[in-house]
Design a protein around this ligand. Structure first.
Ligand code: 13P
Length: 258
């Protein structure tokens, strides 16, 4: 099986001014210096307003932290008041862009077609989309979780080639586990990540599926990260709340030592 490099990404959501953001990354890098995290990719996804400052910090200090954005529009430019284009993000050395987060889907009406357009645009600009999928509690209780996730996956990745999938990361984030302190059981999370991998194998072959990185997200903390990361199909974490705390996030990034 292809070796998959673990990827720990912090989604800061709408938190931190650009100055606070620089402090968080400085403190994070300071803490990471003493820790062994070379085995994994570390990504921070601050608000748009902080991208430039963090880009400069990463470059000037030679940090081994990558920059991510939380969303983007799918067009190159145009009359889209308030939007940020993938070209603008690529120009800031953004490596990853989260698309289709459940908060975008629920609060801003994004559907799978929108997420698909965004994922394609991100890839077209040489960046990697982190494509989020995940069921609500009602859907899980109704026994529909896997069908819902499969539908989101099919719609969000529609038309992508096997070569493009090499640059895609999937984040499985059950909506009921986000910001609630309620984490999915590692075995349940692994089962869904395994189902995601199986779906990709059906469509693109086992080789592509084996190479695909799948993150779990939803109340990941230093206390549960090791169990989650120990699962066969979980290759990383998309972390909200705990990524705002440099100590917690640096500890998370060294989950194999906990
Ligand atoms: P929490 O880690 O705060 O539950 O957030 C998860 C999330 O939504 C990451 O994208």
């Amino acid at each position: 099986m292809a070796a998959r490099t673990p990827i720990l990404a912090g989604n800061w959501k709408m938190h931190k001014t650009h100055l606070e953001a620089i402090q968080v990354v400085q403190q994070l890098s300071y803490r990471l210096e003493d820790r062994d995290y070379e085995h994994a990719e570390i990504v921070v996804c601050p608000p748009f307003t902080a991208l430039r400052g963090i880009q400069t910090l990463i470059q000037s200090d030679g940090l081994r932290i990558q920059l991510g954005a939380q969303d983007c529009h799918w067009e190159e430019q145009g009359a889209f008041t308030g939007e940020v284009s993938p070209a603008m993000l690529a120009a800031l050395d953004v490596a990853y862009v989260v698309v289709g987060h459940s908060e975008r889907r629920e609060l801003f009406g994004e559907d799978d077609a929108t997420v698909n357009a965004k994922a394609r645009a991100v890839l077209a600009h040489g960046m990697r989309p982190i494509v989020c999928v995940g069921e609500t509690l009602e859907q899980r209780d109704a026994g529909e979780a896997e069908a819902v996730v499969r539908r989101q996956l099919d719609g969000s990745l529609a038309g992508l080639t096997a070569a493009q999938l090499d640059d895609v990361v999937i984040a499985y984030e059950p909506v009921w586990a986000i910001g609630t302190g309620r984490t999915a059981l590692p075995s349940d999370a692994d089962e869904m990540c395994g189902a995601i991998r199986a779906r990709i194998a059906e469509q693109h072959g086992q080789g592509v599926a084996d190479a695909l990185r799948i993150q779990y997200g939803g109340s990941v903390k230093p206390g549960n990260v090791t169990d989650l990361m120990g699962q066969e199909h979980i290759d990383g974490a998309l972390v909200g709340g705990a990524s705002l705390d440099p100590e917690d996030f640096s500890v998370l990034c060294t989950y194999h030592r906990l």
